[in-house]
Write a protein that binds this ligand. Structure first.
Ligand code: E4P
Length: 266
């Protein structure tokens, strides 16, 4: 029965229709790992076209949005969220930020957002009212991302309120003369001492170096603007090396042609 269930999940989430026993085993392992040690990459964006391009690489695990990004998108946030969610399979996370002065206001908005798609994660600010809303949502097994985290103390409260994710704002820490990546390290250490299962989602990243450091210091997830994601591929030595390989391969083909040797084909 478990075999059939995994098989159906695979078929629902993949274009390939071939699934033999080996693939079922591999996919079961992947499903189990997705709750454990995998490094997840989220995009910090409300631009559906940009998100789609990056999702096509197969390396994107989710999305974070916020009111400023929604303002930039200039469209109905509900519609934007719906389109983003449709780009992912069932086990993803798309953060939708609620606003309001009271926990009740936030919960009302959350009620509306969670109807959109099971992938919706509700994002609340790290305030008294935000954490009250977090606790209420967590009680109902709704995943919550507590945002605007700037200290270990805030990360502790968010974990106690049942947050699935906490979002320390690395770049904004640096803008205010304290180290964002050191904050990631301190939260990771604190969580590890106490076996806390809230995931650190490093946010407000400004460059590729932040991405590597945050993962190295214990973030489970990093969220970044699409332009930083594309920069992760870049290395001058990769570019130089590839240019040389391409040049040499052209020479190989030319010399084969000159010797009139048939090139090898499968
Ligand atoms: C996180 O979820 C926020 O949306 C985001 O990372 C904030 O980044 P910024 O400081 O670049 O605005």
């Amino acid at each position: 029965m478990a075999y059939e269930l995994v098989r159906k999940l695979f078929l629902a989430n993949h274009k390939s229709k071939y699934i033999g026993p080996h693939r079922v085993l591999f996919y079961t392992h992947k499903l189990l790992c997705s709750y454990g040690g995998e490094m997840k990459i989220f995009l910090d964006s409300s631009d559906v076209d940009e998100i789609q391009k990056a999702v096509d690489t197969g390396l994107i695990d989710g999305v974070t949005t916020n009111p400023s990004l929604m303002l930039k998108a200039g469209r109905d946030p509900r519609e934007v969220l719906m389109e983003i969610c449709e780009l992912f399979s069932w086990d993803s996370s798309v953060s939708a930020e609620v606003s309001g002065d009271t926990a009740e206001d936030m919960l009302d908005q959350a009620d509306d957002y969670i109807q959109i798609n099971p992938n919706i994660t509700i994002k609340v600010p790290c305030t008294v009212e935000g954490l009250k809303a977090c606790a209420a949502l967590a009680e109902d097994e709704i995943p919550v991302n507590v945002t605007l985290i700037f200290s270990v103390a805030q990360a502790i409260l968010a974990a106690k309120a049942g947050a699935k994710y906490v979002s320390p704002f690395v770049g904004r820490c640096n803008d205010n003369s304290f180290s964002g990546v050191e904050l990631i390290r301190a939260i990771a250490q604190t969580y590890s001492v106490h076996n806390v299962d809230t995931n650190i989602l490093a946010a407000s990243l400004r460059d590729v170096h932040h991405v590597s450091r945050c993962f190295m210091y214990g973030a489970k997830v990093v969220t970044m603007p699409p332009k930083i994601f594309w920069k992760m591929y870049d290395h001058i030595l990769t570019k130089d090396g590839l240019a040389q390989f391409n040049e040499d391969w052209t020479e190989v083909l030319e010399s084969i042609k000159a010797q009139e040797i048939e090139p090898y084909h499968d």
